[in-house]
Design a binder for this molecule. Structure first.
Ligand SMILES: [Zn+2]
Length: 238
């Protein structure tokens, strides 16, 4: 057994330190042993700092002395080899999370995409400001996110709803056109994601029952399909 006051530096001493007073630690991983050693040292410090009246709880087993010796011998070296213990810090960030869903079933046929097109009717635009879904006349149209219905003049949209949202810290509008007359919820309505805000119709400049769906970020119409594909968070529930 190595002398208590002389650190064991050779491998044989190290093994001896394991086999004699520290036999109970065999099979314990080095990391656990290191943590245990540190914890033990802290416990000993606490015990030593207790007032004399509290000595009754001081460990009476002589093995405590042997364990304490490990702090200045081979196991201290092992502890230091295992340090620094890995620490992980979560990223601290403020983030918005706005649940977003499709306005109609995402499997609905799309008859016209965003962007340039040959005008399908005399009053229809060649720069298509949204996408056209054809889920069928009378199909319920759902708010894609929480928001409030606002007044925003749109030419040729017939009966329509424009909802203002705050999404990822940005003001975004979603527009739903050609609804059945009177089915559209009025300006000022506070809506929640999924609320029915109107029904698919063919009012305004339209050649048949469809939902024209637009996304406006700030003042810019963007491609609703690619925007939605990156933003939708919620599984479709009709
Ligand atoms: Zn359209």
């Amino acid at each position: 057994m190595p002398h208590p006051l002389h650190p064991a530096t050779r491998a044989s001493d190290l093994r001896a330190a394991h086999h004699l007073p520290l036999g109970i630690f065999r099979g314990i991983s080095r990391r656990r042993l290191a943590v245990g050693t540190v914890a033990l040292s802290m416990a000993l410090i606490v015990v030593h700092d207790l007032p004399a009246s509290a000595t009754a709880i001081e460990p009476a087993e002589p093995t405590v002395v042997g364990q304490q010796l490990t702090l200045s011998a081979a196991n201290l070296a092992q502890s230091e080899a295992a340090l620094p213990l890995p620490t992980e810090r979560d990223d601290i960030a403020l983030s918005y999370y706005t649940p977003i869903q499709w306005p109609v079933a995402p499997t609905s046929p799309i008859t016209s995409l965003f962007g340039y097109r040959s005008a399908p009717c005399a009053g229809c635009s060649t720069q298509h400001s949204g996408i056209d879904f054809t889920p069928g006349y009378g199909t319920a149209i759902h708010a894609i996110a929480d928001g409030v219905v606002v007044s925003r003049p749109m030419e040729g949209w017939g009966s329509y709803v424009v909802i203002q949202h705050e999404i990822d810290g940005q003001i975004v509008y979603s527009g739903y056109a050609h609804m059945i007359s009177g089915s559209n919820v009025p300006v000022g309505t506070v809506v929640h994601r999924g609320d029915v805000i109107g029904r698919v119709g063919s009012t305004g400049e339209s050649t048949g029952a469809h939902l024209h769906f637009s996304i406006i970020v700030g003042d810019t119409f963007v491609d609703p399909l690619s925007w939605m594909r990156t933003k939708v968070t919620e599984a479709w529930v009709g």
